[in-house]
Design a binder for this molecule. Sequence first.
Ligand code: PAF
Length: 274
Amino acid sequence: MKIARTLTELQAATRTLGETAFVPTMGALHSGHLSLLAAAKADGRPVVASIFVNPTQFGPNEDFNRYPRDEAGDLAQLEASGCDLVWLPDVTTMYPAQAATSISVAGPALRWEGAARPTHFGGVATVVAKLFGQVRPAAAYFGEKDWQQVQVISRMVADLLLPVQIVPVPIARDVDGLALSSRNRFLLPPERAGAPALFAALTKAATQIVAGQQVAAALHDARATLTTAGMVPDYVALVHAQSLEPLDALEHPARIIAAAKLGTVRLLDNVPVA
Ligand code: PAF
C-alpha cells in the first residue's frame, strides 16, 4: 500500500494506477468504512482511500477538536483491506491561504442536517470536490448512513458534470441494529445499550406506513419511542429519497430519516420505506 502526503506524491502514485475506486474518509475507521472499501475492491479497480478531518464541515460549536484520530490504526486497517493508495493531505493542501472558491449547495442540502448544521454540507461538498479533483477517481463510495450527504454529493456531481460515478453502500450495523459511526465510541455504556432503539423505531414506523397507517401518527410514535429511550429527537421524517422534501403521504422513492441526541452524541439513521 502506497501512502501519499503531498500532491506530488499523490499525482505520481495515481498515474501508475489507471482508473481508480475512491473511498473518502475522515479516519477513525470502523467496519462501516471497511464495507465501503470492500465494495470498492469488489468493483475490480485499484482502491484509493483518503483520510482528512475536514474542518469546514464542522460548525463553530461542534466536535472538530474531539473528533477521533488514529492514523496508525487506520493505516493498518486500510492495508489489511487491500487498499492500494492512501491520500493523507494536510490542511494547507486542502485550504491554501489564497483559496477563494467554495461550493454552495441547496436542494437536498437545505433541510434536516442542513438546517441543524447550516455550514455542514457546503463544507462537505467543497472538500469532496477538491478530493475528486486531486484523486480523479472513476467511482467514489459513500455510506448510506449519511443518506442526505449521499444525495447532496450526487446532486453536486450531476450539477457540475463531474466525471465520477457515485456508489452508495448500504448501512453497516452492529448486531443489535445500531448504525456504525466513528462517534459511537463516545456513548456511555447505558447510552450504548439504549441506542438501538433508533433503528427499531424507524423500522417499525416504515412497516406501519407501508401497512397504511397515517404518516404523521407513525412518525409521532417513533419520536415518542426515542424520547422514552432517553434520546432527544431532532427530526424523524418521511422524505422523498432524493430531494429530501418531506412527504405527508407515502410515495416512492421514500425514506425515513432521523437524528437524535443521546448523551453527547448525535445519532443519525435512516431506512427505506418500500
Ligand atoms: O462522510 C464522511 O466521512 C465525510 O463527510 C467525507 C465524505 C469524507 C467528507 O469529509
